[in-house]
Design a protein around this ligand. Structure first.
Ligand code: PLP
Length: 401
């Protein structure tokens, strides 16, 4: 029987990262039970002194995130329950505001058009589908074989009625990093707003929201060592937006609901640590990624889902996507798990589906190969000895066929 305490090697950081010591430390005061702790446990909207103290903690977290993400103002950071909510809010809220503006201008028959890429996370694709069912026009951009959205592809899709383009900063299955500044400036030239799902990019590539120029961006705490169930929507000052959540008007009227102060504080602490360490950590992980990628694709029956050139900065330093020809990914995941290695097959969210993921389909990877797709993802605790042990275990798992 496997002793998971001593032998487990976690290589599924793109699904979630373990809580960082910085986040745990920052959240400690919020987790003490009892009334004496109300300084930290109060509702941040209450007027009494405990409420004001909680509010101060929330605003400190907002300011810290705004600085680390290089937003221009702290009130551009709207706390949410995570990136799924932030993505839903961005797509739904920006399109609803565009519709309202058109009606105010007397354009009753205005049909808004939005553009998303085919390789977005479901948290973008599902709200895009809902908007389509509500009469919005939706265009889907095909990626190159390497998982990139080319500027010319976006250029061809832009229309007069395009109100929003949503393209992820980095992909959660294959790790391709998009040329977001160029795509954003093209969208703006056509009069459209730009949203990006930057969940996987945060902490792995430099994020500078002000110079990227995007109008909206989604982030999640748990991918960078923060707690689960908290994230934020960056909404550039002045961006027309109709809130999805109706209620008490918290978060500048853009996201009603009592704020998760403890989560926001943990998120800010994790983000600070991730941003401070990002350059050095990315260099370290890039070397590990390249070594593991080379070892895996040298094995029989193993193929790259996409080619990752050594030291590539157009790919996340943390994600190694490979396909095993003739073996289903579930089989490999379980065989590896038995040996103490934890990985995903494609994205964790589509784990119960026996179809190849929509991302691999968009890359035109042959079905039998895509069904054996695995996503190995690295993080702060990954060391070279883990990579070597994993490559060895991987080889043994394949030869068991
Ligand atoms: N977007 C991307 C690219 C992701 O990888 C994930 C997480 O799997 C999400 C959105 C959803 O984030 P959350 O878990 O915070 O809702």
């Amino acid at each position: 029987m496997l002793d998971t305490q001593s032998t487990k090697i976690y290589l599924d950081w793109a699904a979630t990262a373990p809580l960082s010591s910085e986040a745990a430390e920052a959240m400690k005061p919020f987790l003490i039970p009892g009334c004496e702790n109300l300084d930290y446990g109060a509702n941040a909207n209450s007027l009494h002194s405990s409420g004001r103290r909680a509010f101060a903690c929330l605003e400190e977290a907002r300011l810290s995130l705004a600085r680390d993400l290089k937003a221009s103002r702290p009130d551009e950071i709207i706390f949410t329950s995570g990136a799924t909510e932030a993505n839903n809010a961005a797509l739904g809220g920006i399109v609803a505001a565009a519709r309202k503006r058109a009606i105010q201008k007397g354009l009753k028959d205005f049909v808004p058009h939005i553009i998303v890429s085919e390789i977005e996370h479901d948290a973008v694709l599902a709200p895009a589908k809902t908007l389509a069912s509500q009469g919005c026009e939706v265009s889907y951009l095909s990626p190159t074989r390497q998982g990139f959205i080319e500027v010319s592809t976006l250029e061809k899709a832009l229309q007069e009625n395009t109100v929003l383009v949503s393209i992820q900063h980095a992909n959660n299955e294959i790790g391709s990093v998009q040329a977001l500044a160029e795509l954003t400036s093209l969208a703006h030239d056509a009069g459209a707003l730009m949203h990006t799902d930057a969940v996987q990019a945060l902490g792995k590539v430099t994020i500078d929201l002000a110079s990227l120029g995007v109008d909206a961006a989604s982030f999640s705490a748990h991918k960078i060592g923060g707690p689960k169930g908290v994230g934020c929507l960056y909404l550039k000052s002045g961006t027309a937006f109709k809130p999805l959540m109706q209620g008490g008007g918290q978060e500048f009227g853009k996201r009603s609901g009592t704020q998760n102060v403890c989560g926001a504080v943990g998120f800010a602490a994790a983000c600070k640590a991730a941003c401070v360490q990002q350059e050095e950590e990315s260099r370290r992980l890039c070397a590990l990624r390249d070594e593991l990628y080379a070892r895996l694709i040298a094995l029989p029956h193993v193929y790259p889902s996409i080619d990752i050139p050594p030291q590539s900065i157009k790919h996340l330093p943390t994600i190694i996507p490979v396909c095993v020809d003739g073996l289903e990914s579930e089989t490999m995941i379980l065989r590896l798990d038995m040996r103490g290695f934890e990985v995903s097959g494609g994205s964790a969210c589509s784990v119960h589906s026996l179809e190849p993921s929509h991302v691999l389909k968009a890359l035109n990877i042959p079905v039998n190969r895509a069904l054996g797709s695995l996503r190995v993802s690295l993080g702060a605790y990954t060391e070279q000895k883990d990579i070597l042990a994993f490559a060895e275990a991987f080889e043994r798992c394949i030869s068991e066929r």
